[in-house]
Design a protein. Sequence first.
Length: 712
Amino acid sequence: MKVAVALSFMAAVVQAKVSVSVRRELEAKPVVDAIAYFYGVNVNTLAFTEGENRKQTLFNALNNDVVTIESTLKSVLDNVERKVVHTSWLIGASFLTGLTKEDIEKLSKNPNVRKITGRFTTTLDEPLTDAASTTLSANEDTPQWGVDTVGAPSIWKYFTGKGVVVGSIDTGAAYSHIALKDNWRSNKGWFNPYNGTAHPLPIDSAQHGTHTIGTIVGKYGIGVAPDAQWISCMGLYVNSGDDVSLAKCAEFMVCPTRLDGTHPECKLGADVINNSWGGQGDYDDFYEASITAWRAVGITPIFSNGNSGPVCKSTGFPGGYQRVISVGAIGSYTDERNKLAFFSSKGPVVSKAANGTLTTIIKPDISAPGFFTLSANAKNLTGYVRMAGTSMSGPHVAGVVALLKSAQSDLTYDEIYAYITKTADRDILEPEPAQWTRPDGSVIAPGSPNCGGVSDKAWPNNRFGYGRINVGTILRDGKLNDTPTKQPTTILPTTTVATPTTTTSPATTPCPTHVTPKPTGTTPCPTNVTPKPTGTPATTPCPTNVTPKPTGTTPCPTNATPTPTTTKPSVCDKPVDGVDYYGNDIKSTQRSNSDDCCDDCAKTPGCVVYVWTPWNDGTCFLKWKAGKSAPYWGAKAAKVTKSVGSCQAAQANVDYYGNDIARISADKDDCCALCLTADNCKGYSHYQGHCYLKGELGYASAKAGVTSGVRN
């Protein structure tokens, strides 16, 4: 009886490796095409030493897995040379053709095989094109409206993208276009997986790739980072891209090769990659491994969010992945800079976690100009054309990232994400209309506010994400800043700031009069008569006419009785003023009182520290770890008192299925401490860079690469 049960269990495990689509296709056809994924090196566990070429280290580690993959295929498949289309070192998978039912069964039984899925093709989400715009010209003295909106011209005196390599996975590129030819990198800067060596110089199979590259790096005012270099891989031919070509392009961006795919040179890899493509439908993890690898070696992935708006839940993939920067579109038929484009896809998105559970997330992450954008025209090497779509908004963000990396080349994904989201323009953005209309008044579609139950007034939301990107705020003085507005550097005239009322109480902060007194030893803050810097959000982190309760002092009276805090004093340490911790955010909450952050953090599984900033009238950033500290005017940071306890010894290759109460990007060694922060956490499972905290310990199963622990 035990033998029968064991055999039944093994049969179920083997069948679970094969996707439903492959099994169904085999029922209707004698042979199928498929992708076989193999167990291999966990990219998140790779150790990189300071100063080394991370891309080369990644290539060496993952390329060793290819030997195992090829050996496995030779031992399992007959006529293996005819059935293997391509084996990807980057994602640890082999693209196969002409597989019989017997082939699939043999592969699924092999312990080196992780899963088998179907092959696919993605179709380009076609942008709108303004045919009449082909007569327009471009001029360096007049940057395009999108370039100006993201604040790029104001910081070109400091940074222009020099020293940064931008990668484009698109329809190719017309390399000799007048706005692009000077900064194409000719040394291993072009790869065409469709026609190999047939075209030794970059070509565009459509217009799309040339246009998007122009917005990132183009001359004559069309590009955000005009001195960055660009490289291109034709992931899409005309308007569609197959899985093999997209996989080859992902590899090329890490370690560029010759035209025939040989002699990879990883030191030439990209710093940021623009992906103005994606597909609709349910979650598919095909590109997740590539993105994980990109991020591990310092490459920032940018994806367009899709053009299926204005309805909710319309974000495509890979833009819907949790670990990419997906970009919504700003603009209108008349270049209105504060409106969401009607076609911009909205969240929320349901993504499948590594352990099979469903997770709902907000998308897009950020927004940028994407309605009619003038950029390089592949059909006229001295001409330009206007296109509209999130395909146009993504390149604006890729250009911003190039500028940030030009300022500091070793910026991590988390640091870049923090800079662009913390400084985004918000208050000036317009709400969802009751109806979306064309210039002639005809109705496009009804509005779709508050998608997924998330208020459009909350940040992030499923319309704009965290807001509209503004590099003019981040690099406003030639230095990296993560505050939304620039603090004044000189004392304001006496007519604009009232003199503080004298107090006789020693060692306390003076109570405010009509205008808040300036904090001792800090830069003076503007009042309501001081204009805000051009191009920055309407909010300011400086105090206005109401002072928040000073830490450790008696509250000052105002016109209304202050709302008492509900936080227990013993939950958090005493807040530290003027300190921010980079990255490691779990989520953010909007709180005007910094004391409320403590309660939010205490109630959030995994939260061990918070940072409150005056941004957007008060925001709590809840974090799973205190990262690198930095000064932040007006911020308050505090750690939550850790729960006492411990976990049993970690269990390698064991997974506890389901019952997740939180998913946090962290190292496996941090999972126990994160679990101890939540009273209802019974244990954890760590997989592919995430700690899954468990409210209950479900069925324990064997799964390679998973590390689990049980709370004592």
